[in-house]
Ligand binder design. Sequence first.
Ligand SMILES: Nc1ncnc2c1ncn2[C@@H]1O[C@H](COP(=O)(O)OS(=O)(=O)O)[C@@H](OP(=O)(O)O)[C@H]1O
Ligand SMILES: [Mg+2]
Ligand SMILES: [Mg+2]
Ligand SMILES: [Mg+2]
Length: 459
Amino acid sequence: MSCTCTTTSFPIKVPHTLFHSRKSNDVFPKTQILGTLSFSSKKNSHLGFTDKISLAQCSKTSFLSEMDEDCKLEVSSIDIPDGYCKELEIAVRAVHMACLLCQRLQDNLLSKSFEQVHSKEDNSPVTIADWSVQAIVSWVLSEAFGSENVSIVAEEDVEVLSKASAVGLLEAVVRTVNECLADAPRFGLKGPGTDLDAKAVLAAISRCSLAGARGSKFWVLDPVDGTLGFVRGDQYAIALALIEDGEPVLGVLGCPNYPMKKEWLSYQNGYRRILSRLTSQTSVSGDKGSVLYARKGGGKAWMQPLLYGEKNFVWPNSAKQIKVSSIDNPALATFCEPVEKANSSHSFTAGLAHSVGLRNQPLRVYSMVKYAAIARGDAEIFMKFASAGYKEKIWDHAAGVLIIEEAGGMVTDAGGQPLDFSKGVYLEGLDRGIIACAGAKLHEKIIQAVDASWNSSSL
Ligand SMILES: Nc1ncnc2c1ncn2[C@@H]1O[C@H](COP(=O)(O)OS(=O)(=O)O)[C@@H](OP(=O)(O)O)[C@H]1O
Ligand SMILES: [Mg+2]
Ligand SMILES: [Mg+2]
Ligand SMILES: [Mg+2]
């Protein structure tokens, strides 16, 4: 069964009449093709031939070579294989549910001491939210598609939770997971019926293994990206992507704290006090928080506001299309970058900004919310130049990259190459840094500025 997307904004809307002349080259602009096109040719108002072709052929006129003269193509439908529709819907429902959970957790984290924040071996923070979201998303995907059909790569593991000293922490995670899953029917998801015990919660977390990153099709999850931002009452994201044959094909990015005003995004603007007053109890839909998503080749990216109050989630929950900004003048463009200097060189990007002619102060934002800002048109550039030894993980980028690309933007490394999600857990071969842009003009200027200044940098 395939879902026939007759309203997709894929390079053409269907039904659609195309005039094809034998002299033209491509019938359609080159696109990432996912399905088949049904059409009939019309020559002098009588039907010539009908055909179903793989959309990959559309970028060549070979399939029209039999045409003996100019003709009209009546395109009747575009079929995108079902494999993406159901998976996208379940992923969005799960991330939406996890966003509301994290809002509640962040609200009460801010009202308590920091004892709920733990440190991992690499000294990065991990909280009840990270473990709980990983357990919940893992459980929901396995329930929806059968655990034998689901492979998940995710950031967290059960090492800290399994320690004898972590009994209280594990109990808190189990309680949090069950409270959230009890609400699953509100999101159109099947709940477990009875509470999961500690063993089932640990199994859900640990079934997400790094080994899955070598498979041909796997989910990749960052349960809380920007945990630092989460514990500081600021921005963070829940990032879920589906990777097939080394490329992200679905991207879902939950941004529970995304504010209604873009200037509130920036850490140094100190709006987190205002944001923290907009708690999950007092907020209404649209106040703060959204879920962004896209499917490869869909040609569109979408954003739905978080649900508040007792309303039930109805797919696609008043989603609206988002597009990158059309600003390509550096003097008007805004760039965003990580908050932590340890995660990206602020001095190097300041030099790039100066040489490219960027005038606006950088938006320093935690997590993949930076990707969301580009996809929504709230910023034009995201730059990250981590220290030489740091290896970027696929869960920190997969969802955001696809959403920006389907919103009309582009993401490459500093050499202009796409990020490579086909080499396991890390973005192997990344050339110097990550540059995401709303458009090619700004992107080209930044690439040139990096080349011009790299040798004099200490990176
Ligand atoms: N040293 C270093 N260099 C580069 N990146 C690092 C580094 N350390 C951590 N990380 C990963 O970056 C994730 C946070 O990225 P951000 O872009 O949000 O950085 S920042 O939080 O704004 O500083 C953060 O994601 P989460 O762990 O999910 O929070 C880290 O995985
Ligand atoms: Mg982390
Ligand atoms: Mg992360
Ligand atoms: Mg994380």
